[in-house]
Ligand binder design. Structure first.
Ligand SMILES: *[C@@H]1O[C@H](CO)[C@@H](O)[C@H](O)[C@H]1NC(C)=O
Ligand SMILES: *[C@@H]1O[C@H](CO)[C@@H](O)[C@H](O)[C@H]1NC(C)=O
Ligand SMILES: *[C@@H]1O[C@H](CO)[C@@H](O)[C@H](O)[C@H]1NC(C)=O
Ligand SMILES: *[C@@H]1O[C@H](CO)[C@@H](O)[C@H](O)[C@H]1NC(C)=O
Ligand SMILES: *[C@@H]1O[C@H](CO)[C@@H](O)[C@H](O)[C@H]1NC(C)=O
Ligand SMILES: *[C@@H]1O[C@H](CO)[C@@H](O)[C@H](O)[C@H]1NC(C)=O
Length: 469
């Protein structure tokens, strides 16, 4: 038995029982690109693009309006939407989003005010949850600003977030509950029974490894971070996440924060690495780019279905960091994770500034499976698939953006994204597995050439008959 499936079995017994986020949620959120300048027009235009560009077909189904949608409370204590931004109200918007076959998310804070100082939900949990349910809301992102000092112990945080969880449940409407408390009081320990995902760090900024005084906690400190801050880089958040992968399981995910792909600030290779790592660590994947202005490289990263298949793998176990070395001035790391059907995902991360060949032995790759795993898996032969080998070309992506392109895969025609990703074993098509780039024999070594600030993302599949080698 794999250690990972052991965690999974424990997890399923105690996960929030709302049936949602059995794989990490996929979607789009207003915040990083629009901040407080959101409105119904922007959200509907984005939803149309999510549909017409094919994101919906690939499983990106939540459209989340973040902070700044409300105008305060009325005299009965109910939240009122900003009527300039939402002239027809939010129920009307929700109906339109649902008619497109998408789901709609909303935002609030477990405090007296939201982070942008609009009315918060502390003490109003039941009124707010019932109002949202009456509008047809499917998802709540619940922040941690102005919490009246009700934190500092897991119990204080738990109670504050549990109040909303109970209120959401009592509406009878399944509403995905996304806690956004920045890792304070270790939500990976207290949140799995009350929420579907929890932020484990301060806000992710669109930087690769930039140090920023606003993001004071790093690496191990992240486990007990009192001031999580914001402007955290990709490598900063990753460095904190590596200590808690076993806390993630179906219905309960570590949220490494929304994607910064397509927002500038990251090179193409950095954006690929960011997306690959977030997928393999089973973070929710919420895009935040301006969809009406998406460019070809951004579309081809976000629509890499071989990577999305790792994110949406039915086993739902996070990859772990097996090693990290400093070689030739480069910070290199190796991540490995088990996938359904006995497949394994391997990421070789080159944090250095020169391209290099990297390698990982099967013993390292199956390190988490322990002594018994080592005996069987290390002694097997494996086919190696490169999940980025068949990245959509820029011209194909451009044609899709122009509205006359043919997408490489139509998941709707195959029964829907959920069904496609759940296939075990996953079919060895280019769209789902990339290209086979080699094989590795028993006790062998996997090698890949990796760009600076880039990853090689590989999927290993056991060779059942020896004559294939
Ligand atoms: C909606 O928001 C967008 C982006 O901030 C803005 O350009 C547009 O003028 C707004 N439209 C309305 C009708 O408020
Ligand atoms: C306050 O808002 C709620 C929910 O929209 C509504 O049912 C109620 O009538 C409003 N109360 C007042 C005084 O406007
Ligand atoms: C509410 O919680 C109960 C018990 O965990 C669960 O069976 C039910 O599906 C939940 N309902 C909703 C709408 O989340
Ligand atoms: C694997 O990579 C390490 C670190 O770069 C290097 O020292 C070693 O020689 C490589 N091994 C093989 C078999 O390529
Ligand atoms: C697409 O264009 C970007 C930016 O110029 C480039 O980095 C990337 O390698 C291109 N993608 C492909 C598949 O050629
Ligand atoms: C994908 O398949 C569905 C169902 O067969 C079809 O309605 C849709 O037009 C197809 N989409 C594309 C882009 O071909």
């Amino acid at each position: 038995m794999h250690i990972t499936s052991f965690f999974l079995a424990i997890g399923l017994a105690s996960a929030l029982d709302n049936g949602l986020a059995r794989t990490p949620q996929l979607g789009w959120d207003t915040w990083n690109s629009f901040g407080c300048s959101l409105n119904a027009t922007v959200i509907l235009e984005t939803a149309q693009k999510i549909t017409s560009l094919g994101f919906k077909d690939l499983g990106y189904n939540y459209v989340v309006m973040d902070d700044c949608w409300s105008a305060g409370r009325n005299s009965s204590g109910y939240l009122v939407p900003n009527s300039q931004k939402f002239p027809n109200g939010i129920k009307d918007l929700a109906d339109k989003i649902h008619n497109m076959g998408l789901k709609i998310g909303i935002y609030s804070s477990a405090g007296t005010m939201t982070c942008a100082r609009y009315a918060g939900s502390l003490g109003y949990e039941e009124k707010d949850a019932s109002l949202w349910a009456s509008w047809g809301i499917d998802y709540l992102k619940y922040d941690n600003c102005y919490n009246q000092g009700e934190e500092g112990t897991p119990k204080l945080s738990y109670d504050r977030y549990d109040a909303m969880g109970k209120a959401l449940n009592s509406t009878g409407r399944p509403i995905l509950y996304s806690l956004c408390n920045w890792g304070v009081d270790g939500p990976w320990n207290f949140a799995p029974t009350i929420g579907n995902s929890w932020r484990m760090s301060g806000d992710l900024f669109n930087t690769w490894d930039r140090q920023d005084v606003n993001c004071p906690c790093a690496e191990l400190e992240g486990l007990n971070c009192k001031t999580p801050g914001y402007h955290c880089s990709v490598l900063n958040v990753l460095g904190k996440a590596v200590y808690i992968p076993s806390k993630a399981y179906a219905g309960a995910w570590n949220d490494l924060d929304m994607l910064q792909v397509g927002n500038g600030g990251l090179t193409d290779d950095e954006a690929i690495a960011h997306f690959s790592l977030w997928a393999a660590l089973k973070s929710p994947l919420l895009m935040t780019n301006v969809m009406t202005k998406i460019d070809a490289p951004t579309l081809s990263i976000l629509q890499n279905t071989a990577v999305l298949a790792v994110s949406q793998d039915p086993e739902g176990s996070s990859a772990v960091r097996v090693w990290r070395y400093n070689v030739d001035g480069g910070d290199i790391q190796m991540f490995s994770g088990s996938l359904s059907g006995g497949d394994q995902v391997v990421l070789l991360l080159n944090g250095g500034s020169t391209a290099r060949e990297m390698n990982a032995t099967l013993t390292e790759i199956f390190w988490m499976d322990g002594v018994s795993g080592t005996a069987s898996q290390v002694q097997s032969s494996w086919d190696v698939y490169d999940l980025w080998a068949d990245r959509m070309s820029n011209s194909t992506a451009d044609a899709i953006i122009q509205g006359d392109g043919k997408r490489p895969i139509n998941m709707t025609a195959m029964g829907g994204a959920e069904k496609v990703y759940a296939q075990t074993p996953l079919p060895t098509t280019k769209a789902l597995m990339g290209s086979k780039v080699g094989s590795v024999k028993a006790a062998g070594t996997v090698k890949a050439f990796v760009q600076p600030h880039g990853v090689a993302m590989l999927r290993l599949r056991e060779v059942k008959s020896n004559d294939e080698l």
